[in-house]
Ligand binder design. Sequence first.
Ligand code: IMP
Ligand code: MG
Length: 180
Amino acid sequence: MDNDILKVLYSKDEIDQACKRLGAQITKDYQNEKPLVIGVLKGAIYFMTDITRYIDLYLDIDFIDVSSYNGGTTSSGEMKLVQDIQSDVSGRNVIFIEDIIDTGRTLKYLKDVLISRNAKSVKVCTLMDKPEARLVDVKADYVGLDVPNEFLVGYGLDFMGKYRNLPYVGALNSELYSDK
Ligand code: IMP
Ligand code: MG
């Protein structure tokens, strides 16, 4: 797999430092609370397992999966709930864990769903943020890394299902997606 990567943008070590910093911040901000931490499948699984081990609080974990309807080459922006959480969120302080925020549509949708279910608070923690790609007005409360508006893979991010299990984040050799 390494041969498919043009350049490593964020090493395993840099990602770990970001997890540590955000975990400490969340620990501080949620003192005496028991947040419900929801990982957004599938991309966030690596970040979810790493960051939660740096959060020194009692917490619950859950997972949710959403996808955008495919209406041609670019997504229509309409979201579909593929797998729901099992938890009752009413009155809970929720923290979403995301791999990356791009257009912001996923996050906007997820926040609206949980607010409509009467969560007490809904915050978002993302490892990566592409502010330049934003199409809807949504902001993350915790951001690990501001990343350039390029297509990235690794540490949860995929290209056609591949590369999620790379331990770092990199840019894909463009020859590999020229036939996209
Ligand atoms: P949004 O709804 O446009 O913000 O999309 C967020 C989702 O798009 C992320 O959770 C990723 O699954 C995917 N995504 C965005 N940028 C990239 C990328 O550079 N590589 C791989 N997947 C990405
Ligand atoms: Mg995702």
